[in-house]
Design a protein around this ligand. Structure first.
Ligand code: SF4
Ligand code: SF4
Length: 708
């Protein structure tokens, strides 16, 4: 018989048994004779009758074991997912753990961050304090340490932690039920009330039981270090204090056992699962790369592509759904949601969790206690998630970037798109034409390949075309927009003129360049993507290309981060980076003007590849730079990504209009862009709004100040 694999659920099952037996062992150890009393210290379980102590240990053993067992049932759902190796890069993972414990990502929203930190750290200190008490209780008399000055310091720290914890919980109650920001209000369920009530009960009864205990022992002066318990102890009269002490102690213990049940069955589970999720976040591939797929041209035994049932997702994608704190930050920054489209990234995560929870064996509680009327009758995410939601995504990564617990939302959306596109042929009709153009002409515009070099006739120098016997330091990857779109041909000409002026040794691929495949891959058509990618890789490799410069962030991202999945290794440089270097090296002489520009960050350059400074430096060298409210990693999408450029933006407000209005509101003389698709989207929107503020690529702004 094959040995049973140690899975997470089996390990947790073992932990549950160990906790049960271990807690009973602690009880027995605590009954051994020989406990000494110190003049400055406290008697553990003082005034608590033996039967109640027995009930306490028996109950704790049972509820601790139950809590871990319920976690083990949840973890069976994660085990339904496919493989997703996450066991390398431990240095980075430790950093993520430190960042999780420091609440660095939660702190991006200051108010919510401080509230969470107060609850979390208050709770941790109180828990460690209780554990310290238990350890001291079990130690032989000669080794006990919780007395004298140490005891007084301990009392002070625990009382401060108790206050911090209670204030944090009260703040959370006020936020959720008083201030009621939309992202909390829209998802407030009964479980939120239960969680907050239980936490408040633990904190308040903890402080009161301390006060009653001090009153019961006659309020000795050394207890003044219990800065909350001591003053409150004056509230208890001598005749009733014993009854109060026992009642509050029982209430405190019952609150904690309720917490142990809520922990695995409600979203409170994020207390453990969010830090775990952050530690396990993807390190194996760059954030700009979609999940790798086998080579569809060669593989013969692939039954399905993409994800539609729970087992199609990876274990990590399923763990994500349990780690979600339901905070809604992802939704608040989603351009599709903000402009009224049917996509809510938080719902995508929660709905996948609902399908996993209700179709698992055994069925576990839903990701968040939801609407009782919602049913999931089959193991298919499309029972809960509609194609309209998925096709509304611009793949801008704003949701992934802001998620405080590193949930990978875009990956899930794109995997489901892969299924819709390749298994069901269910995609917006406009995309059909794009796919045909990509397959037949090698570009989404459907233009003749020989027109790729038309722009070279509009510059007054020869542009090298790379072929056998021709070499160049840089391959200038022009991209389809830069080759075929009128507005972007001007960008290509500016860029080439600047390279020429600075003496850059560059060549283009000419008619052998094909679309990088980004619109096919982001719309789920992995097959067309791989066709284009493999052809480009073969061309580039056969010509010995290594350094590639391009003005298109989509090509940049795909060639840099995704072609590596097929064995390619190219060094990618965005034109903003090369132009900035040329300025710094003094190879371009810039006569700065006195006009101003605001710069729009392209998602695929900024959030996908962390290039924020170089384009700003180029614009800043030529003219004054004004930032928009949403910039850099919080930038707002132009609406073109995820192949949206090739679909119609029919529902709600247009994303490009929303962004153009923000750019216009800065009052800048020009709007600077660094992506051909952002260029078209923002320029169209400015015109639609009846405005005349010019939209220019950074190379055009620079060229105007170089070729005066
Ligand atoms: S990638 Fe952008 S559009 Fe898509 S769900 Fe996330 S925030 Fe919304
Ligand atoms: S996915 Fe992340 S940002 Fe969105 S609700 Fe869940 S925890 Fe919050």
């Amino acid at each position: 018989m094959e040995p049973r694999r140690p899975t997470v659920s089996r390990i947790l099952g073992g932990v549950a048994v160990a906790l049960f037996l271990g807690t009973l062992l602690l009880w027995w150890l605590g009954t051994l004779p020989g406990h000494v009393e110190f003049p400055v210290g406290r008697e553990i379980f003082g005034d608590i009758p033996d039967p109640l102590i027995a009930l306490f240990y028996g109950g704790m053993a049972a509820f601790l074991a139950l809590s871990v067992y319920l976690f083990s049932l949840r973890s069976r759902n994660w085990e339904r997912g496919g493989p997703d190796p996450r066991l390398g890069h431990w240095g980075k993972r430790v950093k993520s753990l430190v960042s999780a414990l420091r609440m660095r990502t939660v702190m991006r929203d200051r108010a919510a961050g401080w509230m969470h930190a107060m609850i979390y750290w208050g709770f941790v200190v109180l828990f460690l304090g209780t554990a310290t008490l238990e350890v001291d209780h079990l130690l032989p008399d000669g080794l006990k340490f919780l007395h004298g000055v140490f005891y007084q310091g301990y009392s002070l720290i625990l009382d401060v932690a108790g206050v911090v914890f209670v204030v944090g919980v009260l703040w959370a109650i006020v936020r959720r039920y008083g201030v009621r920001p939309w992202r909390l209000r829209s998802k407030t369920r009964d479980e939120d009330a239960w969680i907050l009530f239980t936490l408040a009960m633990i904190g308040i009864t903890g402080l009161l039981v301390e006060a009653a205990r001090i009153a019961l022992v006659g309020r000795p002066s050394f207890e003044v270090w219990s800065i909350v318990g001591y003053p409150l102890s004056g509230l208890f009269g001598a005749s009733t204090v014993q009854a109060w002490h026992r009642a509050l102690w029982i209430l405190h213990v019952v609150s904690f056992t309720a917490f142990l049940v809520l922990l695995p069955t409600t979203k409170l589970r994020h207390l453990f699962l969010s830090p775990a999720n952050m530690v396990l976040s993807t390190r194996e591939r760059p954030k700009g790369a979609m999940r790798e797929m086998p080579n569809l041209m060669e593989a013969e035994d692939i039954e399905t592509v993409g994800t539609s049932v729970v087992s199609d997702f990876t274990w990590k994608q399923l763990l994500d759904t349990d780690a979600c704190t339901v905070c809604g930050r992802c939704t608040s920054v989603c351009p599709a949601n903000v402009t009224g489209k049917p996509l809510d990234p938080r719902e995508v995560v929660l709905k996948l969790g609902e399908v996993a929870a209700t179709t698992g064996t055994p069925v576990v509680s839903s990701t968040v206690m939801g609407d009782g009327a919602i049913t999931v009758s089959a193991d298919s995410v499309f029972e809960r998630i509609t194609p309209e939601e998925l096709w509304a995504c611009t793949t801008c990564r704003a949701c992934d970037e802001i998620c405080p617990v590193n949930i990978e939302i875009v990956d899930k959306i794109l995997d489901m798109r892969r299924y819709l596109s390749l298994m069901e042929s269910e995609f917006p009709s406009e995309l059909g034409k794009t796919y045909v153009a990509l397959e037949n002409q090698g570009n989404p515009w459907g233009m003749a390949q020989q027109d790729r070099v038309a722009w070279t006739k509009r510059v007054d120098f020869d542009v090298k075309i790379l072929e056998e016997g021709v070499s160049a330091e840089y391959l200038y990857w022009v991209g389809c927009a830069g080759s075929f779109d009128d507005r972007n041909q001007k960008v290509t000409i500016s860029t080439a003129r600047l390279f020429h002026e600075a003496g850059v040794d560059f060549a283009i691929l000419g008619n052998r360049e094909r679309c990088s495949g980004d619109p096919a891959r982001r719309s789920g058509n992995e097959y067309v993507f791989q066709q284009l990618a493999l052809e480009n890789i073969e061309t580039l490799t056969s010509l010995g290309v290594h350094k590639i410069v391009t003005q298109c962030p989509h090509c940049y991202n795909t060639l840099k981060n995704e072609y590596a999945q097929f064995g390619a290794d190219f060094e990618l440089i965005h034109h903003s980076e090369l132009l900035n270097s040329l300025i710094k090296e003094g190879r371009l002489s810039v006569d700065a003007g006195d006009s101003s520009a605001t710069y729009h960050d392209p998602c695929y350059l900024g959030r996908y590849n962390d290039v924020y400074d170089a384009p700003r430096a180029v614009v800043g060298t030529a003219e004054g730079l004004i930032e928009m409210d949403r910039s850099k990693s919080s930038s707002f999408c132009c609406g073109a990504g995820g192949a949206q450029f090739w679909m119609e933006d029919k529902i709600g407000k247009k994303v490009n209009v929303e962004r153009a209005q923000e750019a216009l509101a800065t009052g800048a003389d020009e709007i600077a862009v660094a992506c051909p698709f952002c260029f078209i989207m923002i320029d169209d929107a400015v015109k639609e709004l009846g405005q005349e503020v010019p939209v220019k690529d950074i190379s055009q702004i620079l060229a105007e100040r170089v070729f005066r």
